[in-house]
Design a protein around this ligand. Structure first.
Ligand SMILES: C[S@@+](CC[C@H](N)C(=O)[O-])C[C@H]1O[C@@H](n2cnc3c(N)ncnc32)[C@H](O)[C@@H]1O
Length: 236
């Protein structure tokens, strides 16, 4: 029997209408749609964004991905997921794996993609608009001009790494700001990047929040899981 194919699809930055034509066509013809289920619930947001294009008859498979520090448990879980996907591909099913934004930027899909890379199974990645670029257009803030550089870093990185990276940045995109907001705020102040900083939560979704005066937010503020900061140095 001909094996099925695995497609990793980026659903873009929130607004369903910003998905690519290719992603929509694949969703409409897929045999099964996999939505990653993490404790952060980003898989269900990806599903919500893609839902206008998912046929009622489509088979949906929520797949659990643990994100804890017990690496042995995490690896067992990924191996389990790889096995499930392999079985479906052996049955000849074409599978679509949904990811927020673009599949190649901080996404669970990369683990799956690597597991099948160089094997007899075919996988194809369909890019999506990454959340930070969607946000740049939504709020009208160019991410870089002329010779300026752009730093992309998750707030979950080590304090030293964030500090060194911001010291060299003209513009910065800080993702996963649900963690370590107090530290990020102090770093933005230290590197003269707080004045122009904008935090956008749940961009493109009906309950989107745009916050501009980040200097006056309390240090113990808890941003939504889907929050990204775009900023640049005060003198730019
Ligand atoms: C696991 S990463 C996924 C990134 C995604 N692959 C991309 O290309 O944007 C999750 C982080 O992406 C950002 N993000 C994704 N969608 C977002 C949205 N609609 N609004 C704001 N931030 C978003 C947030 O920083 C969030 O913590």
């Amino acid at each position: 029997m001909k094996k099925g194919k695995l497609y990793g699809i980026g659903v873009g930055p929130g607004d369903s209408k910003l998905m690519t034509v290719k992603a929509v066509e694949l969703l409409q013809s897929a045999d099964m749609i996999i939505t990653p289920k993490t404790e952060k619930k980003d898989g269900s947001v990806a599903f919500h964004i893609a839902s206008p294009y998912i046929p009622e008859t489509a088979e949906i498979l929520p797949m659990v991905f643990q994100m804890n520090t017990d690496m042995a448990a995490v690896e067992r879980q990924w191996e389990e997921n790889r096995k499930i996907i392999t079985e479906k591909l052996d049955e000849g099913k074409n599978l679509v794996f949904l990811t927020l934004g673009d599949p190649m930027l901080y996404s669970t899909y990369m683990y799956i993609f690597r597991a099948f890379e160089g094997t007899e199974y075919e996988a194809e990645t369909i890019p999506g608009i990454p959340a930070f670029l969607g946000i740049a257009s939504y709020i009208g803030m160019p991410v870089a001009e002329w010779e300026e550089n752009v730093l992309i870093i998750p707030a979950t990185a080590s304090p030293e790494k964030i500090d060194q990276a911001l010291a060299a940045a003209d513009h910065a995109v800080i993702m996963k700001v649900y963690k370590n907001w107090g530290y990020i705020q102090s770093e933005l102040r230290k590197h003269h990047m707080i004045k122009k900083a904008v935090m956008v939560s749940r961009a493109g979704l009906p309950d989107e929040i745009i916050q501009r005066d980040l200097d006056s937010l309390p240090a113990d503020y808890k941003p939504n899981y889907l929050s990204t900061i775009l900023t640049k140095r005060d003198d730019l």
